[in-house]
Design a binder for this molecule. Structure first.
Ligand code: GCB
Length: 601
């Protein structure tokens, strides 16, 4: 082959590898990393703040091949190297940079992270470098060599690095960039803090060379006795045996890999997962060289007219919306304990359901919620006015959807995937979101698809839900701030709702703000009394909506947002929490709690 031609082919192939690193096939992401042998790369990382991306571009703005990722050291006293990770600042991973260093509170841009670690090779082993989440763009380098990139701040990604690791000392460098961009998902405008950094854990995960990569195990759509699934085996061959067992159900089936995948089906009568009895079974998958155990629940979810049915029975979703923000310390949630505090508050509130807004929360959050019996709405950050007519924006949203479903498809607690929040009506948006709902169904036909809408119109009898997107979803989420952004609280009790769709509706957001401890009359904004009145009258409104299947008011806890500057009240916090960020419950908490505990059981 002529050198030019082979170079072109090489360039062509390498541009595809970068593309597919983003748009990864469903089965590439390792399933259930908690059950894997792994070394944590959490802890202190060296960082260099680089607003001008000096460690990446030269003065002609061309990417350099000796950027900060080389982690260069002076070899002689005359060497000129204008950075040094060894003497730099350090911050903790997992965690956002904004709350760890005062100078980074408002920072949006590039920060370089570096971590040294030791590795000793074992035979017949593959090693993956796995990031649970980095916000927003990550370029990852191992021992000075670029190994891949990832876009999107809330979903995991991995690189197989076995051949790139060295015996003994190694270092990983990540260029993290959280600059907001118009074409991103989310876009430049969002009502939550754009926390930057390696916000979730980093691991080196070891597997046997031929190993179980991914699996899906759940009840077939509409069945309570037919457990169906598939297992993918990395580096396996057609004809390999796979064994799936659920000891508590005395089930053990064998299957055979064909085209990289072993399909199976198990007839069983599991105790069904539900909020009052969140039963999980140990499920073990075995191949000749690998074995992994997960805890999995079985349940069905469907709709019938305006009802949501869990295991065939109508259920009312008593919920609350939650941001992934840590109580007390503020900033991103980084531990199981913090997840449990938030979930425990939702329990106290009387919830059986949570809306994890506005992006996929950590796997820990989802698993803890599942154990505690919460039904879950999980969503991607297709929020407000993203660029609906941009192909790259669509590819990005689809990739985040794929990674979310890929990671959490075995979690019985998740009933709904949400594809969007408060997007403005229009043709491009309808195409974009209809395509996303189709994509979600293709990946997972067992769950319901939803979106939160704020597009209802004023009809004769009141509010009318007729957004054409209603056609594409199974459940319609409605965000409506009666008593806060529209009307006085006293007007809300009599607001009537109608829908053009015979589908369940969830009031995915209602609410108002209050500063904990601020008291006054119920007509005085920011007082707890005002917020309590908003809840009281909105609950009355909801009692009159026949097709209402649940609600998730906005929001469990006050959270940081740069849209909220009001001094003495907001101080960079959205104050619509029922609980302050310091854990203090406001009056409205008890109003909603009464409603949940006394009604709809
Ligand atoms: C909304 C958004 C949510 C905001 C909230 C508010 O409609 O969906 O992200 O935080 O209103 O407080 O305005």
């Amino acid at each position: 082959m002529k050198p030019i031609k082979s170079l072109l082919i090489l360039l062509f192939i390498s541009s595809f590898t970068t593309l597919f690193a983003q748009d990864r096939a469903f089965s590439d992401l390792l399933q259930n990393i908690d059950a894997r042998e792994k070394v944590s790369l959490n802890g202190l990382w060296d960082i260099i703040v680089d607003p001008l991306e000096n460690g990446y571009y030269n003065h002609r703005l061309q990417p350099m091949d000796n950027g900060y990722f080389k982690n260069a050291k002076m070899q002689s006293p005359s060497d000129l190297i204008e950075y040094n990770f060894d003497t730099s600042d350090q911050i903790i991973v997992p965690g956002d940079w904004n709350t760890q260093m005062e100078k980074l509170y408002y920072y949006e841009g590039t920060v370089w992270y570096k971590k040294d670690f030791n590795y000793s090779a074992k035979t017949n082993e593959l090693v993956y470098l796995y990031f649970e989440a980095v916000n927003y763009e990550a370029i990852v380098y191992l021992n000075g060599e670029r190994i891949g990139t990832h876009t999107g701040g809330y979903t995991p990604f991995q690189f197989e690095v076995t051949d790139k690791l060295k015996e003994g000392d190694n270092f990983v460098v990540v260029k993290v960039d959280n600059k907001r961009k118009r074409e991103n998902v989310p876009t430049v405008n969002q009502d939550w803090w754009n926390y930057g950094g390696i916000t979730r854990s980093v691991h080196l995960i070891s597997t046997p060379k031929t190993h179980i990569a991914d699996y899906s195990i759940q009840l077939a759509k509409g069945s309570t006795t037919d457990i169906q699934g598939w297992v993918t085996v990395e580096n396996g061959s057609d004809g390999d045996n796979v064994e799936i067992s659920i000891p508590e159900l005395r089930k053990n089936v064998k299957s055979i890999v064909k085209n990289g995948k072993a399909n199976f089906s198990i007839k069983a009568k599991p105790t069904l997962w539900e909020p009052k009895n969140p039963k999980l079974y140990e499920v073990t998958i075995k191949t000749a060289s690998d074995e992994i155990t997960d805890t999995i629940g079985f349940r069905t979810v469907s709709t019938q007219g305006s009802k949501i049915l869990l295991n065939g029975k109508e259920i009312f979703l008593k919920g609350i919306s939650i941001h992934e923000e840590a109580p007390f310390k503020t900033g991103r949630v980084t531990s199981k304990e913090e997840c449990r505090i938030l979930l425990q508050w939702a329990k106290e509130l009387g919830c059986n359901y949570i809306r994890l807004a506005h992006y996929p929360h950590s796997e820990t959050m989802v698993r803890e919620a599942e154990k505690m019996g919460f039904m879950i709405w999980s969503e991607i950050p297709v929020y407000w006015t993203i660029l609906f007519d941009n192909k790259d924006t669509y590819a990005n949203a689809k990739n985040q959807l794929t990674e979310m479903i890929s990671r959490d498809k075995n979690r019985a607690a998740i009933l709904m995937w949400s594809v969007a929040n408060e997007t403005p009506e229009g043709e491009a948006r309808l195409d974009f979101l209809t395509n996303l709902t189709n994509e979600a169904r293709k990946l997972d036909n067992t769950r319901l698809i939803t979106a939160a809408l704020d597009t209802q119109s004023e009809g004769e009898g009141g509010k009318m839900i007729e957004d054409p997107l209603g056609k594409a979803v199974d459940v319609i989420g409605i965000n409506h701030y009666c008593g806060w952004y529209v009307d006085e609280p006293q007007k809300c009790s009599s607001v009537k709702w109608a829908s053009a769709y015979d589908k369940p509706m969830i009031m995915s957001e209602v609410g108002g703000g209050a500063l904990y401890g601020l008291h006054g009359s119920k007509n005085e904004r920011w007082t707890e009394e005002y917020q309590a009145e908003v809840y009281r009258t909105n609950i009355e409104m909801m009692r009159n909506i026949e097709f209402l299947s649940g609600l998730s008011p906005w929001i469990l806890m006050d959270f940081r947002s740069s849209r909220r500057p009001l001094k003495r009240i907001q101080e960079d916090f959205n104050r619509k929490g029922l609980i302050s960020e310091q854990g203090m419950k406001k009056q409205a908490f008890y109003i909603l709690r009464d409603y949940y505990l006394k009604e709809n059981n």
